[in-house]
Design a protein around this ligand. Structure first.
Ligand code: SPV
Ligand code: MN
Length: 624
């Protein structure tokens, strides 16, 4: 038996929950990880403030020049989600879909318990309670977080709603997720030492996730992507959806109509910037729970109340709103950016006229321009995946329904990926089944920011694939079923901000996504006609021309631009169907609707090619 200290007042906090399950989980964690002290924090501002102060006192965060700002560093090799060492623990014989690791449950538990044994020696074991989703809401899930990282606890205070009082309402029930995390042994720089023993194991049978020897948010902030995995399984069993989606309200150029959309995009493909297009109000930028509303509509909540956003390329010109938020006093954590001795902050792409210092401190330790890593690769001034953490409530585009326990009605869904040569900038689905097909067939090209070859196409169903811990076919069936029971099905849009012309140049500007959003908003309300094609309903030239003119201060939009962007690249779409057919043939029990949409689309595309005698068909030929 290990002995640890727990104060009478902290004991009283656990007792007040009257939940033996919570006590048991706390005791089991302590006896395995052997902390010096168990610290329990509730929802009071005093406790929440203490967590932040401890993060600073223990050296996990450092205060910066700007009031309320701190910086945290993850180890040099701990800068992104570690897919290779993330696995789902399942009974022997069970498998998951492509790219997801499975480990037989008993042997996985045994392995990770060995790594966790004594991992908190000499440290505090922090016990926190969070609410995934708005408080007092039928959408929400309770989460018990145990960690030895004050950075993790502090980040989750910013990113999630407080849950101690919510747990009190649970009484003795055990329907909550729980998470054990230990950063493991720390270096003098306060970063994880035993990176080779980094493990993140999802245990759906135990409703828990165990994570050890890491600090990067995607591995350690269990309420984020670790909980999403458990939520996807729960949603699948209970007929709702847990998605990697933003939720925002979009508005027309004139009038006071307000319409909520959700959207899923793989990392670094425009998700946050779509959620925050000028004029939008934001509910969430990363994770949504979706359920049926009382009138048969789709309703969604943001699981989070904060943003853990990529800071690269956030600058005054492209993202004025976030840039401003990052430069004003408020509670905010930067991670893995460059800092100087006097507490100033710098990152890649922060603006052309910023004078970048020649030395400072970053994810590699002391840094100077031209510094190389052991492999001879030059270390950039900040990591491409460096992040900021702040509360959505601190942004001046926060939506009034962020904390509405009944969520918001979702009228449309956006799906998108980085696709240089196939998908038109925006097309509306022909049916709910076709919408699910659009989500299931998202492909995205890798960028220079990720390891491996640049420009490799990767399939990324619903931009959620990394987290789908049920067989993909089952997950897609749940989407189909969920939409079919709705009386008001959202319209679904395939978007692509990365289409290139023959000269290899992007066909659109970054800011053009505002036009596609405005068109979709209008379509939902019946404002625009559209052209029916095999791949979906596409905009008419005149409607886009008017939108460009009014949204962008008389910007002209030529017929040539429209034609280049909205021509149907028949052969490219057929190639994509071939790729999808091959990939999904590997999945057992795929819904017949998927194959039907694929077959119809292929047939109609071939008929188009025969009719027009061309591989690329102008939208002008289609509108007559
Ligand atoms: C993403 O990569 O999609 C993120 C950040 O939102 S992480 O927490 O790493 O998942
Ligand atoms: Mn994400």
């Amino acid at each position: 038996m290990s002995t640890y200290h727990i104060s009478d007042s902290d004991k009283a906090k656990l007792d007040a929950l009257e939940n033996p399950n919570v006590w048991r989980i706390v005791q089991e964690a302590a006896s395995l990880m052997k902390p010096k002290t168990v610290m329990v924090f509730d929802d009071t501002p005093e406790d929440v403030a203490k967590v932040r102060q401890f993060a600073i006192d223990r050296g996990e965060e450092r205060e910066l020049a700007q009031e309320g700002h701190t910086v945290h560093y993850d180890g040099y090799f701990d800068q992104a989600r570690d897919k290779a060492h993330t696995a789902t623990l399942l009974p022997a014989g069970q498998e998951l879909s492509r790219g997801l690791n499975v480990i037989e449950r008993e042997s996985g538990l045994k392995e990770i318990f060995e790594f966790m044994d004594g991992a908190m020696q000499g440290k505090d074991m922090i016990v926190r309670f969070f609410c995934l989703g708005p408080k007092n809401s039928r959408f929400s899930i309770h989460a018990l977080q145990i960690t030895d990282s004050y950075y993790v606890a502090h980040s989750e205070d910013i990113l999630y709603r407080q849950g101690y009082e919510e747990f009190k309402r649970l009484k003795d029930k055990n329907n909550f997720f729980y998470f054990w995390h230990s950063a493991g042994e720390l270096s003098s720089q306060h970063t994880t030492v035993n990176i080779d023993k980094r493990r993140i194991y999802i245990d759906p049978l135990g409703n828990c996730v165990l994570s050890v020897n890491n600090q990067y948010g995607g591995n350690s902030l269990a309420c984020k992507k670790l909980a999403l995995r458990l939520a996807i399984q729960k949603a699948n069993q209970e007929d709702w959806l847990a998605e990697h989606m933003f939720i925002s309200a979009f508005y027309p150029l004139e009038g006071d109509r307000k319409t909520y959309f959700a959207g899923a995009y793989p990392s670094a493909c425009g998700k946050t910037s779509t959620a925050m297009i000028p004029g939008a109000t934001i509910v969430g930028d990363d994770i949504a729970y979706l359920r049926e509303g009382s009138e048969g509509e789709m309703r969604g909540v943001n699981v989070e109340q904060g943003v853990f956003g990529i800071i690269r390329d956030v600058n005054a010109e492209d993202d004025p709103l976030i840039y401003k938020a990052l430069t004003e006093p408020k509670e905010l954590i930067f991670s893995n950016i460059l800092t100087t001795r006097d507490g100033q902050v710098y990152w890649l792409g922060m603006g052309d006229d910023t004078e970048i210092p020649l030395e400072g401190y970053n994810h590699s330790g002391d840094w100077h321009e031209g510094k190389k890593d052991k492999t001879g690769k030059e270390i950039p001034l900040s990591h491409p995946n460096a992040r900021f953490t702040l509360r959505i409530g601190e942004l001046n585009n926060v939506d009034e329904n962020l904390d509405n326990p009944d969520g918001v009605p979702i009228a449309g869904i956006f799906y998108g990926g980085r696709d240089s040569d196939t998908t038109v900038p925006i097309a509306e689905s022909l049916s709910w089944e076709h919408g699910v097909f659009i989500g299931a067939t998202i492909e995205s090209e890798t960028t220079a920011a990720t390891l491996g070859d640049v420009g490799q196409r990767k399939s990324s169903p619903m931009a959620n694939m990394d987290f789908v811990i049920v067989p993909l076919a089952l997950y897609l069936k749940n989407h189909l079923k969920f939409g079919k029971k709705l009386k008001k099905q959202p319209k679904v849009y395939a978007t692509n901000y990365f289409l290139k012309g023959e000269d290899g140049q992007y066909l659109n500007r970054k800011t053009d996504k505002r036009i596609w959003v405005l068109w979709a908003e209008g379509r939902v309300h019946g404002d625009y006609d559209a052209i029916t094609t095999p791949i979906g309903l596409i905009p008419k030239y005149q409607d886009l021309k008017d939108l460009f003119e009014h949204a962008f201060d008389n910007r002209s939009y030529s017929k040539e631009e429209y034609e280049a962007q909205f021509s149907i690249r028949v052969q490219k779409y057929l190639d994509k169907l071939d790729r999808m057919e091959k990939l999904y043939q590997e999945e057992k029990g795929m819904p017949h609707e998927f194959w039907q949409v694929l077959a119809t689309q292929r047939e109609e595309l071939i008929a188009y090619r025969d009719k027009f005698g061309k591989d690329v068909i102008s939208p002008f030929a289609l509108s007559g």
